[in-house]
Design a binder for this molecule. Structure first.
Ligand code: NAD
Ligand code: LMR
Length: 328
């Protein structure tokens, strides 16, 4: 028997990530090729944004996707999030050349307060939320705190692009296929302070740290992964879009359908483990099964890792302090 459709809300749906995302969601890449989807698309009320959204909806229609069971386009978060089972919160102001993510903090905080409240009011109680819009971890924290009626575990931020960048750069250096890399971890914030940690990574069963030299790892690899977003902006003149959409699809697919034991990095609410204060949204290694994520527990944290994890933690605490007046 055919499955009942699920409702997927996407904000910033007419933006560049939205354009790289929607067609893949309704082709079944996110929730499975047997799962019909109703898209609920949110854009700003501006005439330009609504007109662009209409164009995207026309193109969706023109694809005649068998899995597309309906499309709603709106500028009202309560319409976009009504009964939604999944939400991809992409809409935010992107970073331009020379801007740091912290510059966007205040501006985007207001968006995520409003959207968290709307999710709380109208979404399915089981909704699973990924925040892509930057600063993604703090925006996820804001949405989570603004939706006190929803489980905190259902709010996540996207660290998967960092995870994928870390996989590709490591595989490239080791001269191995990217699919052979297991147990990658990217700790912390989606920002240049993130800490890609290869201590547990293996490639074709060998320890990754035995396949690359330590100086390259510390001096080249860590900053290259961490600053890849800025390098893309420098090259393209605009921030990553197809790779960001790809990471969002992978994050939601793995959360919904499971990782079969593979580690993936997700920004999730801290339970206090690994010295990360309870309640912050921080990138950690997870496995997923049947619609829930579990933190990989019990990893040893050495002195270098502690220092790196604390550095990115400090930044997240600063971001949290920066927006906390808005939350009270
Ligand atoms: P974009 O400017 O092309 O699109 C953003 C869209 O969001 C626009 O169409 C805009 O009208 C809309 N929007 C803005 N505020 C909105 C609101 N309150 N409600 C609904 N829609 C709204 O930007 P983009 O390239 O698609 O990037 C979107 C966000 O994703 C940016 O914040 C960017 O920095 C972030 N990003 C995050 C990652 C990550 O790894 N977490 C990676 C790439 C980009
Ligand atoms: C990225 O990592 O590509 C995005 O978050 C864009 C940015 O601002 O770095």
């Amino acid at each position: 028997m055919a499955k009942a459709p699920v409702r997927v809300a996407v904000t910033g749906a007419a933006g560049q990530i939205g354009y790289a995302l929607l067609f893949r969601i309704v082709s079944g890449e996110m929730l499975g090729r047997d799962q019909p989807v109703i898209l609920q698309l949110l854009e700003l009320p501006l005439e330009r944004a609504q007109r662009a959204l209409k164009g995207v909806m026309m193109e969706l229609e023109d694809c005649a996707f068998p899995l597309l069971a309906g499309v709603i386009g709106t500028s009202d978060p309560k319409v976009a999030f009504r009964d939604a089972d999944y939400a991809l919160l992409v809409g935010a102001r992107p970073r331009g050349r020379g801007m740091e993510r912290s510059d966007l903090l205040q501006e985007n905080a207001k968006i995520f307060i409003e959207q968290g409240r709307a999710l709380d009011e109208v979404a399915s109680r089981d909704i699973r939320v990924i925040v892509v819009g930057n600063p993604a971890n703090t925006n996820a924290l804001i949405a989570m705190k603004s939706a006190s009626g929803l489980p905190r575990e259902n709010f996540t931020s996207m660290m998967r692009l960092d995870h994928n960048r870390a996989l590709s750069m490591l595989a490239g250096r080791a001269g191995k296929p990217v699919a052979a890399v297991e147990r990658m971890v990217v700790w912390g914030n989606h920002s240049p302070t993130m800490y890609p940690d290869i201590r547990y990574a293996t490639i074709e069963g060998e320890r990754a740290s035995d396949l690359v030299d330590a100086a390259w790892y510390k001096e080249t690899y860590i900053p290259s992964v961490a600053k890849r977003g800025a390098a893309i902006i420098e090259a393209r003149g605009t921030s990553s879009a197809a790779s960001a959409a790809n990471a969002a699809i992978a994050h939601m697919r793995d959360w919904a359908l499971g990782t079969s034991g593979r580690w993936v990095t997700m920004g999730v609410v801290s339970d206090g483990s690994y010295g990360i204060p309870e309640g912050l949204v921080y990138g950690v290694p997870c496995t997923c099964e049947a619609g829930s994520w579990q933190r990989v527990e019990g990893l040893e944290i050495d002195a270098f890792s502690r220092q790196m994890m604390d550095r990115t933690l400090e930044e997240l605490l600063e971001e949290r302090d920066g927006i906390s007046p808005l939350l009270s």
